[in-house]
Write a protein that binds this ligand. Structure first.
Ligand code: ADP
Ligand code: ZN
Ligand code: ZN
Length: 743
């Protein structure tokens, strides 16, 4: 006898687990993971819809009490059941309710329906229509004649035009339809976010290196579901043509009757990028992004399901595009932290892509100039296939120099520009070339503190300092709390309080002061909050409407400005102080990306990295643009500290409004973890509990515990058993607990 574990199609927290059913013999060949079924449910045996997530030989409980599946839902959309299976997998692997996982995977249905755009066509040949006209002439049915004449001239006309222009009543149309003269087609017109403008034909031919990589990957693409994911990592410097390789692979995928998903970090999903894809693939391309309404997104997913498009470009959520024939998932800039979801379920797009790849037979292609340590580690171990692109088709590698800011201070230069950087900026202004100045947003820029007692002004609701904005406003970047800068220190009453560190606004002002003739643009969270402003600033800069672009990491991602020949990183250290084991990796990646912005055109480029720690390995390696050098140092550190990718790690994150309650819950769960360690997991390392770097946000307090040293499977089991405890114990009544696998 066979059994099925079934998720039911009712959103209710209590029903958020699979139910076991018996598969009747006659249905055995038709029921698989993903099949939609009707099942009797509850006391009244009401028939409800469910999705099979697993078929097994072992019953989940007493067979004599189990009910039988009633029937298979014919035509239950296969792709939907596949996504439901995926949601189940996400729930199991990352910790969330089934509902949270389903909401992640299947977009919210659109309440405002796409406007129906009906068209009318003849239901007969044109000769027959002419005969009909004669008949109608005898009857003086002039409206009918008007419509038939119009349809003889035009193969189809819109329903609206028939009413508005030809002035034909609904009842006439209805009766002509019933009599079989015409057919009214309901052709749903989905909103299309991509406007394909006429562009020159696509004419790029891959160079040798690019072709070798593309062919190597194609050899491995067979579009068949398999046990192991088929993952390729392309390590290619910026400008080496990774995007051209992706497009070649997409072309191959489409020629094999399959579709492709291209994930791009939101910030790099610009007009420029989309145009490159539409130039080659025209109306086969669609996009989703976070600025679209739920309805617009839903429409794009519907178009994918119907096969209207075969390429979906977008950030993380585009991964769930319901293509029926998925053949390829590209993840560009695969090292980006945005591929990891920060809300429950805290899944990682690369892992979920692999799961979709296994289910559908799609190949996974990861690309980056600075791969994540995890991916590079897996490529070295042979888990991913490794490919390399080493040369730039256009432009040259820039010259990178490191400036020691401590030396500048010794030489009495207190400006935010080193002598070297300011000379180069002057030089570029003279040559009418462009400069980008970059500052790390997550640094300690722009906070206000007292020079006498050292106290920094903090948000009353969060454990962070307030940032100084224009007009002496202090703003919390976590909760939005705003207050005016006080005249006196709230701690000691001293007048000596002021803004420290540097933010983008201060840099903009400093640039204007030092180079009064330069035209300056600024790009950061403040200047890009309005829809479209992001693209506007970038295109203004691309059109050389400014000489200098000042910005946060936003400006270093993927943009191609041929006239930029100088990139200045004003303080490279800032991301080093972030209390995260990935701080060095992030610093290295940011610096390499920033450097990659210079020298995209014909002129040679310069990159100046200003830093207080010129000997740090991530800064040194970035100045040589040497990934391998960085990797060797960093992986040694991860090994020493048992950090991913060498070890598996999960964090248990607890939040509560009441500190006392939170402390009790935290202590309680720590004790349970310790007990589990002593009983089952001898190698488990427990770090914490501790207050995380930001220990309060919006008046909600936070605690964190890190667990590592055991296998991923063991961590998942441990997480499951902790979830059981949390669900049953009163200690967690007002405490929110989140699990986060570090991958
Ligand atoms: P990456 O994605 O690795 O940063 P791109 O694919 O954006 O690199 O390539 C950088 C630039 O070089 C783009 O303008 C691209 O069109 C151009 N390019 C890349 N490969 C070729 C080629 N084989 N022939 C002509 N131009 C190319
Ligand atoms: Zn003070
Ligand atoms: Zn706040």
């Amino acid at each position: 006898m066979k059994f099925a574990n079934i998720i039911i199609d009712i959103s209710h927290e209590k029903l958020d687990h699979p139910f076991g059913y018996i598969i009747p013999e006659e249905l055995e060949n038709r029921i698989f993971a993903g099949t939609g079924v009707m099942i009797p449910f509850g006391r009244g045996n009401r028939q409800i819809k469910g999705y099979v997530i697993e078929v097994t030989d072992k019953p989940s409980f007493d067979v004599s009490k189990m009910k039988k599946i009633s029937s298979v839902i014919e035509g239950a959309v296969e792709v939907e059941s596949m996504l439901i299976k995926l949601a189940w997998w996400i729930k199991e692997n990352y910790g969330s309710t089934m509902n949270q996982a389903l909401k992640t995977v299947i977009p919210v249905k659109n309440k405002v329906r796409a406007k129906e755009n009906k068209t009318i066509v003849l239901n007969m040949t044109k000769d027959e229509a002419l005969e009909k006209i004669e008949q109608y002439t005898k009857k003086h049915a002039t409206a009918r004649i008007r419509l038939l004449k119009e349809l003889i001239d035009n193969d189809n006309i819109s329903r609206r035009l028939v009413t508005d222009k030809l002035n034909i009543s609904d009842s006439t149309i209805k009766s002509m339809e019933i009599q079989g003269d015409i057919v009214v087609n309901a052709d749903i017109d989905y909103r299309n976010p991509v406007t394909v403008t006429s562009q020159p034909e696509y004419d790029i031919v891959l160079n040798n290196e690019q072709r070798c990589v593309a062919e190597e990957i194609k050899k491995n693409m067979n579009f068949k579901p398999s046990k192991f994911p088929n993952v390729h990592l392309i390590h290619g410097i910026t400008g080496s043509g990774k995007t051209e390789v992706y497009m070649d692979l997409i072309d191959y995928t489409i020629k094999n009757g399959k579709s492709a998903i291209v994930l791009i970090p939101e910030i790099a999903l610009t007009y420029q990028t989309v145009m490159r894809f539409t130039r080659r693939f025209k109306e086969k391309v669609s996009i989703v992004n976070s600025r679209m309404s739920a309805g617009e997104k839903y429409d794009q997913f519907e178009r994918a399901k119907k096969g209207e498009i075969s390429i979906m470009i977008g950030p993380r959520s585009a991964l769930f595009t319901p293509f029926k024939n998925l053949g390829l998932i590209v993840i560009d800039e695969e090292h980006e932290s945005a591929y990891k979801s920060e809300s429950v379920p805290k899944y990682h797009a690369i892992e979920v892509a692999q799961k979709r790849g296994v289910d559908t037979g799609a190949a996974i292609v990861l690309g980056s100039a600075t791969p994540s340590l995890e991916s590079y580690y897996r490529a070295k171990k042979g888990i991913y296939k490794f490919h390399k692109l080493t040369s730039r088709e256009k432009g040259n590698l820039p010259t990178v120099s490191i400036v020691d800011l401590r030396e500048e201070l010794k030489n009495d230069n207190k400006s935010i520009f080193s002598v070297k950087l300011s000379e180069l900026i002057k030089d570029r202004l003279q040559k009418k070339q462009q400069t980008m100045l970059f500052i790390n947003r997550r640094g300690y820029a722009g906070f206000v503190s007292c020079r006498d007692c050292g106290e920094a002004i903090k948000c009353p609701h969060c454990d962070v300092t307030l940032k100084l904005h224009t007009n002496r406003k202090l703003v919390c970047h976590y909760c939005g709390h705003t207050e005016m800068m006080p005249g006196l220190c709230p701690g000691c009453g001293s007048k000596n309080i002021g803004g420290f560190g540097i933010g983008t606004q201060q840099i903009e002002l400093a640039v204007k002061k030092m180079f009064p003739t330069a035209k300056v643009l600024r790009m950061d969270a403040d200047t890009t909050s309005k829809k479209g402003s992001h693209d506007r600033i970038l295109s203004a800069f691309a059109n050389h409407e400014a000489d200098i672009l000042v910005g946060t990491q936003m400006i270093v991602k993927g943009h191609d400005f041929p006239n930029v020949t100088l990139v200045g990183v004003l303080a490279a250290d800032m991301s080093l102080y972030a209390s995260d084991y990935r701080a060095a990796e992030r610093t290295f990646q940011l610096l390499c990306q920033a450097a990659g912005r210079a020298g995209r055109g014909v002129s040679l480029g310069d990159v100046v990295i200003q830093t207080y720690s010129p000997d740090n390995y991530s800064i040194k390696a970035a100045s040589h643009q040497d990934y391998e050098e960085f990797y060797q140092e960093e992986i040694a550190y991860r090994k020493l500290m048992s950090y991913p990718p060498v070890a598996n790690m999960i964090s248990v994150f607890l939040q509560g409004k009441d500190q006392k309650e939170l402390n009790i819950a935290t202590e309680y769960i720590t004790e349970i973890i310790k007990k589990k360690r002593d009983e089952h997991y001898n190698k488990l390392m427990i770090i914490g509990p501790a207050k995380p770097p930001v220990s309060k946000v919006n008046d909600v307090h936070r605690r964190i515990i890190y667990l590592k040293g055991i296998t991923r499977k063991e961590l998942i089991d441990l997480k499951d058993s902790l979830e059981d405890v949390i669900n049953c114990s009163q200690n967690f009544k007002n405490i929110n607990v989140q699990f986060d696998f570090k991958v």
